[in-house]
Design a binder for this molecule. Structure first.
Ligand SMILES: [Zn+2]
Length: 252
């Protein structure tokens, strides 16, 4: 018996699926507009590899179809288009649930009082564990309107790669961690100030949860509405261009 057969068949099936649905996927993802043929070729290769190497699990009664996996894969692969799939080496599993899920939260404050509450979650990223995505919100992602749960969770994975979610992924040679910290901190404080004063901003206030959420939220905006980010926080935008090695504002 040829032990390589099952794997090769799986590869072919997925490749065929991508071939058949590729145009549909591109049409339904305005955030991919303006990618040239070379970029699209590379994106397609990444999507096929992503589908092959990552494990998808359905939960809470979701019936997952191949096309749904492809929708998640194509959005997850955009941030690593010029980085490569090895940047997701700490990300093995994607669990997909039908809609937003309720999380029990617990926090002990400085005076020792325990606070417990329930919160609606649309996505989650566990250290070395799976990424959990709400399908309802995946469907709302990729339309170039600023919201993208897949890219948000993907950004957490990239951030985690150096061991901690701290809003700073592993930087490329020549990029200064101190400069990154300064730029992101200044933007964080400015956003805090804007929100407090009720000023308009394109950045989701959820970014103010912590530095890790700030990086994930601005990454969403960077790929969905880069010009808004560039206008509000040009230094953050420029650092993301350097880190992701692409400039969506040039093509969208
Ligand atoms: Zn987050």
């Amino acid at each position: 018996m040829n032990i390589f057969r099952p794997a090769r068949r799986r590869h072919l099936v997925l490749t065929n699926l991508i071939e058949a649905d590729w145009l549909w996927l591109l049409e339904h993802h305005p955030i991919l507009s303006g990618l040239d043929t070379t970029d699209l070729e590379r994106l397609k290769e990444l999507v096929v590899l992503f589908l092959e190497k990552k494990t998808f699990e359905e939960a809470d009664g979701l019936n997952m179809m191949d096309a749904m996996k492809a929708v998640i894969a194509i959005q997850a692969c955009l941030p690593i288009l010029n980085l490569g799939l090895s940047w997701y080496r700490n990300w093995k599993t994607i669990v997909v649930v039908p809609k937003r899920f309720t999380q029990n939260r617990r926090q002990v404050d400085r005076s020792g009082v325990v606070h417990e509450w329930k919160e609606q979650d649309i996505g989650q990223s566990w250290n070395k564990g799976p990424v959990v995505l709400s399908w309802e919100d995946v469907e709302d992602s990729g339309w170039a309107d600023g919201f993208n749960v897949v890219i948000h969770e993907a950004a957490h994975r990239l951030d985690l790669l150096d061991g901690a979610i701290n809003g700073r992924p592993e930087l490329h040679a020549g990029m200064s961690p101190q400069f990154w910290r300064d730029v992101f901190l200044a933007a964080f404080q400015d956003l805090e100030h804007r929100i407090r004063r009720g000023l308009r901003t394109a950045v989701d206030p959820y970014a103010l949860e912590n530095a890790g959420e700030f990086f994930a939220v601005v990454s969403e905006l960077f790929f969905e509405q880069p010009n808004f980010l560039q206008r509000e926080y040009p230094d953050v935008h420029d650092l993301l261009v350097q880190f992701y090695r692409q400039d969506p504002g040039q093509r969208l």
